[in-house]
Structure formats: C-alpha cells, structure tokens
Design a protein around this ligand. Structure first.
Ligand SMILES: [Zn+2]
Length: 172
C-alpha cells in the first residue's frame, strides 16, 4: 500500500465534481486501500478521492474510537437514498483544511447506497458521527468543503488563513 499526498485548500482540485466509477476493479480497490492507509496515517476518520488528486466518486471512512477495533468502509458512487428530518450538529474538521473546525448541521440519520470493494451494491443505515462523516466525504465528490456550509465571512477567514499558511516558508 502507498501513502498518498493530501491536497490542502484552497486548491482547484478540491472544487471539481468527480466522475462515477464504472466498476470497482482492481485499480479502484487499490485506490481504496491506499486512501485508507493515508487516512489512518493522517490520522483522520474519512477521506475522499479528490483530496488525493483523483477525480472519482470514491470515499473511505472509519469512525471507530481509538482503542476499538478498526471498522473501515470503502465506498464507490455513494448516494443518499434517505435522510432524516432531524438534524445533528458536529464540530467538523477536514484533512484538507488542517487546524480549522466549525459547527455544521446535517441530517442526523441517513441511508447510503454504494459499491463496496468487491463491486457489490450495499446499503448502510448510519447515524451520528458515521452519518456526518459519510455526508462530509460525499460533499467532497461534488467539490463542496465543510466551510461551504458556513457564512461567507467565516469561510473567507478560514480560507485566507490557509492560503497564508501555504505561502509561509519554513526556514531552518
Ligand atoms: Zn474533508
């Protein structure tokens, strides 16, 4: 497995609409494996293909608590087929927006349909953190970052700070 480089915002590659995969073949399965390794190493609880420069509808996640058994998911072409009326608010962060967090409101419970690593169609009912994480990663596939759910003022403050950090040079 290979650890991939994570793209940091602002970056045009994080703003594109990704294409569905035709089939989860060995190449897509390898991408899923590499994304999981990259996510665990970061460490993070979710990662979407555009964050590693691949414009395909693939996400991985594992929201298991530290010390609990790993519970990885790899999903291609995920789609929400049901969402609850009830919302939940989480203080979200993102591996592409390091050190920035903000409250985001999303449906509390969802049902997602996707292709798994073996190219089988699956459905998963998720709630709480897992539901939030799936929706956050699915947003990435349409070029949406969690800051896009905030007011323009809050979003611009975060993006300006990230841009400034990118331009800084570490000397010594
Ligand atoms: Zn993210």
């Amino acid at each position: 497995m290979t650890k991939l480089d994570i793209i940091i915002a602002p970056d045009p590659r994080l703003k594109i609409k990704c294409k569905p995969v035709a089939k989860v073949d060995s190449k897509v399965a390898r991408l899923m494996d590499n994304m999981l390794e990259t996510m665990y190493a970061a460490p993070g609880i979710g990662l979407a293909a555009p964050q590693v420069g691949v414009a395909q509808r693939v996400i991985v996640l594992d929201v298991a608590k530290e010390g609990d058994r790993a519970s990885p998911y790899a999903m291609a072409n995920p789609e929400l087929i049901w969402v609850s009326d009830e919302d939940a608010t989480y203080n979200e962060g993102c591996l592409s927006l390091p050190d920035h967090y903000a409250d985001v409101v999303r449906p509390k419970t969802i049902r997602v349909r996707y292709l798994d690593r073996e190219n089988e169609i699956r459905e998963l009912d998720a709630e709480g953190l897992l539901a939030t994480c799936i929706q956050h990663e699915m947003d990435h596939l349409d070029g949406i970052l969690f800051v896009d759910h905030l007011t323009a003022l809050k979003r611009n403050i975060i993006l300006r700070k990230l841009l400034k950090a990118k331009k800084s040079v570490v000397v010594g």
